[in-house]
Ligand binder design. Structure first.
Ligand code: A3P
Length: 278
């Protein structure tokens, strides 16, 4: 009956939809899906399955609409969602703050050069006629003595998104550094259990996700899951995660490394973490 339902609800025995306590805000192609799927192994975490895009595309729909996109939770469980475009949405920090000033933020970052190639590989898989990576990332210039490929096209989105310093500054204008956890995309692949220990610590969760959940699948070249709530047998992330990348001319790679070096330095300074990208 209606009364019984209300009583159970009061006793926290009925799950209800709540606004997120934590958000994965980015960065695109750095391992955001892996982080979310790993977090979902935790019984005290419930997450929206697909990207909600509330703070960038659907903010006008209001917080009730947003809440309705969330999975039902019991008190004490953490509600989450991940939408990587929040990282670079100018209005997102202010809007997220308006929802909950003590929300916890997580961002995965990765060597911007491999991130750019990963981003390009995703686009090329949908559009096989796309020009080569080298010809999009670099513009031929006749000025100076650099010759061909001397200038990086900083406005091409796969290149631009790897400049992490500026979006970080925007988020830190609104949130204290302690409220944002930066996760190394490289370490999430090399040692997922260690990286997930940091994540669980940050979210105030019991350390339930451990080595026991992962195995390294050498065919895929990535860590995969032994079991999860939805599947009792070993499985990897989908085919669209962990694609093989095209060979890129080493000269182009070198140009991009030179381009990113000062931005990476700035990002290390701002974040207080040296990610050690080459
Ligand atoms: P590639 O497919 O280019 O290798 P996102 O989920 O943010 O789109 O990031 C995708 C990237 O996550 C993949 O890029 C891959 O490198 C990385 N990744 C990290 N851990 C992974 C895992 N366990 N399985 C597959 N991909 C993983």
């Amino acid at each position: 009956s209606e009364n019984k339902y209300r009583r159970l609800k009061k006793q926290n025995l009925v799950p209800v939809k709540r606004l997120p306590d934590a958000l994965i805000i980015g960065v695109k192609k750095c391992g955001t899906r892996a982080l979310l799927e790993f977090l979902r192994l935790h019984p005290d975490v419930r997450a929206a399955g697909s990207e909600v895009h509330f703070f960038d595309k659907f903010y006008h729909k209001g917080f009730e609409w947003y809440r309705d996109r969330m999975p039902p939770t019991l008190e004490g469980q953490i509600t989450m969602e991940k939408t990587p475009s929040y990282w670079v949405t100018r209005s997102a920090p202010k809007r997220v703050y308006a929802m909950n000033p003590s929300v916890k933020l997580l961002a995965v970052v990765r060597d911007p050069v491999t991130r750019a190639i990963s981003d390009y590989t995703q686009s090329a898989s949908k559009r096989p006629s796309l020009p080569r990576f080298e010809d999009l990332a670099l513009v031929n210039s006749t000025v100076g003595w650099g010759g061909a490929w001397s200038v990086v096209d900083a406005s091409w989105p796969p290149v631009r998104l790897g400049v992490y310093a500026r979006p970080l500054r925007r988020w830190l204008r609104r949130f204290p550094r302690s409220r944002l956890l930066l996760i190394s995309g490289e370490r999430l692949v090399a040692d997922p259990a260690a990286e997930m220990a940091r994540v669980q610590e940050f979210l105030g969760l019991k350390h339930v996700i451990t080595e026991k959940h992962f195995y390294f699948n050498s065919t895929k070249g990535f860590p995969c899951l032994l079991k999860s709530e939805s599947r009792p047998t070993p499985h990897c992330l989908g085919k669209t995660k962990g694609r093989s990348h095209p060979h890129i001319d080493p000269v182009a790679i070198e140009r991009l490394r030179d381009f990113y070096r000062p931005f990476n330095e700035r990002f290390y300074q701002l974040s207080g973490i040296n990610f050690g990208w080459p």
